[in-house]
Write a protein that binds this ligand. Structure first.
Ligand SMILES: [Zn+2]
Length: 86
């Protein structure tokens, strides 16, 4: 979604990732970024709102924050794996 170069804190944010097939990723998302973003905001309004808030935090990432973000991501992955296996 939002580039990690401009928003380093979003690099470890699962909500900042949208999985697409190769065709949609290369032939639609990157060729029509405005249309793609409009689609995303319409399809995932709460996620978009959360990302907009997170984008505002531009303070640098510290080692402690990165560890915390990794831990949060591991919890989300474990939760997702549990959901899939049930
Ligand atoms: Zn597709």
């Amino acid at each position: 979604m939002f580039p990690k170069g401009a928003y380093p804190r979003l690099e470890f944010c699962v909500d900042n990732v949208k999985t697409l097939c190769m065709y949609c990723h290369l032939r639609w998302w990157h060729k029509n970024p405005i249309e793609a973003y409009e689609w995303f905001t319409a399809k995932f309004p709460e996620r978009d709102a959360a990302l907009r808030i997170m984008k505002q935090n531009q303070s640098p990432l510290t080692e402690d924050i990165i560890k915390e973000l990794i831990k949060e991501t591991e919890v989300l992955i474990e939760k997702e794996n549990h959901t899939r296996n049930c």
